[in-house]
Design a binder for this molecule. Structure first.
Ligand SMILES: [Mg+2]
Length: 219
């Protein structure tokens, strides 16, 4: 029986404060004239059901009383993120695992990804930041019928790799709920003492760590 580490990508392997989170803030600002804080975005993520940043941006804009076309918001978001004429905010992403960590773990574990991104956007970042590592399979938001917190992505990965002992690592409450629904042990990534860390404990997380670099101590 092989062992499988399934990673959420954003906030676990990649720091997206300067990319996705900044893209959300600028998109909301474009349609409402208001610049919200990163803490505000985190509070909304903690409500659950907001793993999808397009849905989150649209919801906040509507909560502020504006009614733009959903797709128009998505298009603006994508233009900021990927960049059409110049560099997109995607290039501000930072790989969080210290050199050697995942290479050591790869001796005992196979790696997979279950992300709210599209598989293509996941690949862009993985190829740029960690071309030496193998993540297989990669399941994105268009590869499954139901998004997190539904278990579909994890079940699909476990089927592909069976029989396998697996663990899912995520940084969103919906990641924890998806893992519980799939019956996959979960390790939460959250600041110590945060609301999110408490939510993960309540969801029955096997462990809560502050960063991916603490992973070896809890495996
Ligand atoms: Mg995440």
């Amino acid at each position: 029986m092989s062992k499988l580490l399934i990673f959420d990508l954003d906030g676990v392997l990649v720091d997206v404060a300067g990319s996705y989170r900044e893209t959300i803030i600028r998109t909301i600002e474009r349609f409402t004239g208001r610049r919200v804080t990163r803490e505000y975005i985190q509070e909304i993520k903690n409500r659950g059901g907001f793993n999808d940043d397009w849905a989150l941006s649209n919801t906040v804009i509507r909560e502020f009383g504006f009614q733009p076309d959903y797709q128009e918001v998505v298009d603006y978001f994508q233009r900021l993120f990927l960049g059409f004429d110049d560099d997109g905010l995607i290039l501000r992403e930072r790989w969080m695992a210290k050199p050697g960590l995942l290479e050591r773990l790869a001796n005992d574990w196979r790696f997979a990804i279950f992300t709210g991104r599209t598989r293509e956007e996941a690949r862009l970042t993985l190829d740029r930041c960690a071309p030496q590592l193998v993540f297989d399979p990669i399941i994105g938001n268009k590869d499954i019928a139901n998004l997190k917190p539904a278990p579909d992505g994890l079940l699909k990965i476990c089927e592909t790799c069976a029989p396998v002992e697996s663990i899912y690592l995520g940084d969103n409450i919906d990641d924890g709920r998806s893992a519980r629904a799939a019956g996959v042990p979960f390790i939460g990534v959250a600041p110590a003492g945060s609301t999110l860390a408490e939510l993960f404990q309540a969801e029955g997380a096997r462990a809560v760590i502050e960063t991916i670099n603490d992973l070896e101590q809890v495996l």
